[in-house]
Design a protein around this ligand. Sequence first.
Ligand SMILES: [Zn+2]
Length: 464
Amino acid sequence: MKKLIAALLMIAVITLHAEKISLVRATVINPADGKVMPNATIVINGDKIERVSMGKQDAASLGRQIDCAGTFIIPGLIDTHVHFFQSADLFTRPDGADFNSVRPYKDEVAWIKSHLDDVFARYIRCGITSVVDDGGPMWNFEVRQNANATAKAPRVAVAGPLISSVSREKLDLGDPPIVKVDTPDQARDFVRKLVERKPDFVKIWYIVDKDHPVDAFRPIVRATIEESHAHKVRVMVHATELETARAAVEEGADILVHSVIDKPVDDAFVKLLKDRQTILCPTLVVFERYGRVFSHQLNLTPEEQKWGNPEVIASLDVTKIPQDKLPDRIKSALADPKAAMDRIDKTYEVALPNLKKLEDAGVTIAAGTDAGNIGTIHGPALFREFQLMKQAGLTNMEILQCATVNAAKLFGGDIGAHVGKLDNGCFADLVVLKSNPVDDIAHASDIDTVIKNGVMYPADSILK
Ligand SMILES: [Zn+2]
């Protein structure tokens, strides 16, 4: 019976997608090859792009035509670093700022689980048709399943719980997002347990401080990567110091997440990433958001204000919390807002030139935000990330490449091979823009229509 229902559903889906449509007279921008094609035609057949071509077309081969004159079409955007187990509200990381007395963490998690469809729709509203969840509880695997079964949702790749050098008890409600691992054997066992859930990635949280030096955790990093690779699963490593990042890549990390923020990257490091074809996801926006929220200097963009979840945004005003319930970390940030900004500025003074150097050297950079962390808004945070990438000196086309073709490489697998490009046989995941993002990357949010899997969503209708 189940099989029959599945088969009938499949037929229904195929019928729904059977229509052939053609987007005609648009300017088509394909960051994969850097080409900008005026007066182009994109033929969509079902859920796939049948062809992209320029000039006059044989009308009989086009199906239903949609006039897109004056618009600019790019591939669906990809955010390669989000966390669905975090809402981006003030209460989502009790290990960093404990508000259990204001809102118990279990209530926060229940809210998050009941608002996943809302988060999915916000990604689609922003033209983000694929996302990578870089680690969370085991229920992350259900999030991927839910997204795959939801039309108005991005394609989702996931990592399970983070393998870490430190523990985070306050996040542990029985299915912890972060798991402290003490020996290489424990790491191998845990990877084998993860592999049963078919993770797209294994994630390592390589936290280094005076009690956790780089070398102490390195054998665990090595064992995790060896075991993951033995099961053909790629490994992403959180590493924010140059020597941590270097060690991770030397041990075989496929993906580095976050930027190196403690010192300028050296030529040997750049060469190492190039030789190993390591992908780096800079997540610039998250570096400003904790400090800005805590010191009451949040700089949400108009996109975030319009398309972020209003409950999440309302929570971010720390001045609404009774004084006696404010964690010390926030009290001191409020007492010295300038110090908070100075720390952010110092981070960007290192991170932005590092990004520029890696991009210029030809390292594959994939755009990602770390959305879900406090103040980093699911969906529109990507447009703030674009601003910061521009500030680093990347060109508008380079930024588009980072958020499409490069991000698809990070996404990986069969889906990764069929998104991020406007090419025959790729999934019909597209964004129709009202102004040209090659002229100004700010236009990437000037969205007319989002197409995911061949289904068209007029932008203004998505969040209604
Ligand atoms: Zn993250």
